[in-house]
Design a protein around this ligand. Structure first.
Ligand SMILES: Cc1ncc(COP(=O)(O)O)c(C=O)c1O
Length: 382
């Protein structure tokens, strides 16, 4: 089996598995309890928060631990909306559903939404953002890197123009960027930033929202007042331990792995595009794309059939986002980038990871080429 779907999720790495095991045993206490068992659990949570704060270059108290990336996105949008003076928010057209659907939901609550268009590589233009900003804009949310095509947004520039032209807060979903890009929140100039553990060899159901000190935000989950009243509920200690360590390790090996993975992705793209007439490499080119992404559209091929064939050949791939799989509708990201719907349907996303070898890439490319050529031969020309 060759797993090339690391943008969907990653296997939990050995060090993290061990740390979670220890946390389950020694950290079973309730971090809010004042006795020694509780204090032991609290120490584990504090350590993980510090590890994450080091990766984000922020203060530990600015981190709200959540049940994953989707919850962090929801907290950013809904939590800031509840305290907002303005009624207008801006998101990009290529956001993950956790942002896009949440923004649409806020419209049903009476807020006004502008969805920013992107260019053919999936990037938002800063001048378009400036045009969309209003006096009553309270939040701008643009992801750091896209989960379907890996396009990296010019976040520092987008955050800077937001601050220059408005009073809005700036949120970025950095779920795909953790372990791939520097997430220094001051350099990025963001007020809110989302991460999730399971994209960096950590457990599912653990994530965090960075909230810059002074950013007004209401909790979505109320109760015992954990996380400085920003997210109630007894802490998921093993998950949090896994998040902290996974983020720390991903950051430590970031440069070496990014270089290695970029080479693998380049080879994968060259091998496939070079052998299939009409194959179209989609998304941005390096350096504006995550190093682990290869995305290619194939004319005359049914996307779902291609994935089935690859699965039979032992290659785990994706048509784009796994989060919306099951739906055959063309992806909103590809359509926003202007890819014709027929091509969007035959879109392949291959995302390499820390265990992917050059041999895996050669074998996967062979499987893709054989499958696409067979499907093209069987399908009527488009
Ligand atoms: C860009 C992006 N945002 C948010 C999420 C949601 O994160 P989670 O699966 O932790 O809820 C994902 C992944 O599924 C993602 O790729």
């Amino acid at each position: 089996m060759i797993y090339l779907d690391h943008a969907a999720t990653t296997p939990v790495r050995e060090e993290v598995r061990r740390a979670i095991g220890v946390a389950l045993l020694d950290g079973f206490g309730n971090p809010s309890s004042t006795h020694q068992v509780g204090r032991q659990a609290r120490a584990l949570v504090d350590r993980a928060r510090d590890q994450l704060a080091a990766v984000l270059h922020c203060r530990a108290r600015e981190i709200v631990l959540t049940g994953g990336g989707s919850e962090a996105d929801n907290l950013a949008l809904r939590g800031v909306a509840r305290r907002a003076r303005g009624r207008h928010l801006i998101v990009s057209a290529v956001e993950h559903e956790a942002v896009l659907e949440t923004a649409r939901d806020l419209v049903s609550e009476g807020f006004e939404l502008t969805v920013l268009a992107v260019d053919e590589s999936g990037r938002v233009r800063p001048d378009e953002l400036v045009r969309a900003l209003r006096d009553d804009t309270f939040l701008v949310s643009v992801m750091l890197a896209n989960n379907e095509v890996g396009t990296i947004q010019p976040i520092a520039e987008l955050a800077a123009v937001t601050k220059e032209h408005s009073k809005a807060y700036f949120h970025t979903d950095a779920t795909q960027a953790l372990g791939k890009l520097s997430l220094d929140v001051d350099r990025l100039g963001v007020d809110l930033l989302t991460v999730s553990a399971h994209k960096v060899y950590g457990p599912k159901g653990a994530g965090a929202l960075y909230v810059r000190q002074g950013t007004p935000i209401d909790p979505l989950i109320t109760g015992g007042g954990q996380e400085r009243n920003r997210r109630s509920g007894t802490e998921n200690v093993p998950g949090i331990v896994g998040l902290g360590l996974a983020a720390e390790l991903a950051e430590a090996e970031r440069e070496v792995e990014c270089h290695r993975q970029a080479e693998l992705s380049r080879r994968l793209t060259d091998l496939i595009v070079g052998q299939i007439p009409g194959a179209l490499s989609t998304g941005a080119k390096a350096p504006d794309r995550l190093p682990n992404f290869t995305t290619i559209a194939f004319p005359g091929v049914e996307g779902e059939l291609l994935l089935l064939r690859l699965d039979r050949l032992g290659v785990c791939a994706s048509a784009g986002s796994a989060c919306s799989s099951g739906s055959l509708a063309p992806s909103h990201v590809l359509l926003a980038m202007g890819l014709p719907p027929a091509l969007a349907g035959a879109h392949l996303r291959l995302t390499v990871g820390r265990q992917t070898s050059p041999e895996d890439v050669e074998r996967a490319a062979e499987a893709v080429v054989a499958s696409v050529l067979a499907l093209q031969a069987a399908a009527p020309a488009v």
